[in-house]
Design a protein around this ligand. Structure first.
Ligand SMILES: [Zn+2]
Length: 200
């Protein structure tokens, strides 16, 4: 094959969820079958890359300082659902079972992978707790050990003695898949049956 083609297939293959065959199919689709789509695709990628960044308040994708969810005055601003990543937020939005705000951690604590509190989006979460704008945190993390450790960190270090209700979903979610791959009904049930983490 030509170096340009090989390079394109390698670039596509480096994307999540794409193996060699899918990468090759997409490359041929854009170069041969639907070449007219290529320019449009490049344009969309460039425009999304330059206009979309993290929301300063919650970490969701945003085209301005704050995302459309944070700016939506119809949502319950005192309730914050904490998720690991943006696709988890999208999954919960699709379930239509939640109408508060979100906070995206951009990962979870993992000593083995060298991810400590400084690598995660904890500072703005702490601000929300400290300045009293939040009275409930719903922790929508997975049910693995790293998520467990992250939940405990939030309860102990972020909430501490502040008067904020902390509850956790994650029960009934598919193990390993977490929030992103749970179907809408499962998420709805998980949100409704969330359990308080407050120590008794
Ligand atoms: Zn936001």
């Amino acid at each position: 094959m030509t170096p340009g083609y090989d390079q394109l297939v390698r670039a596509l293959k480096s994307l999540p969820g794409l193996g060699f065959r899918s990468a090759e199919r997409i490359a041929l689709h854009l170069l041969v079958e639907k070449k007219e789509k290529l320019g449009q695709m490049v344009e969309h990628l460039q425009s999304a890359g330059s206009s979309i960044g993290p929301c300063k308040s919650c970490g969701n994708l945003s085209e301005g300082d704050e995302c459309t969810i944070c700016l939506d005055t119809d949502r319950e601003a005192e309730t914050v659902c904490v998720v690991e990543r943006v696709p988890d937020l999208f999954a919960i939005e699709r379930s239509s079972a939640y109408c508060g705000l979100y906070h995206v951690l951009q990962g979870k604590l993992s000593p083995l992978r060298g991810i400590g509190p400084d690598q995660l989006n904890f500072s703005t979460l702490k601000e929300k707790v400290v300045n009293g704008q939040t009275n409930e945190l719903i922790l929508a993390l997975g049910n693995d050990l790293e998520s467990e450790a992250t939940c405990n960190y939030i309860q102990d270090e972020i909430v501490g003695n502040y008067q904020v209700k902390v509850s956790r979903i994650g029960f009934g979610l598919p193990s390993g898949g977490g929030v992103t791959f749970a179907d809408e009904m499962t998420l709805k049930n998980a949100l409704e049956s969330r359990r308080s983490m407050d120590s008794n």
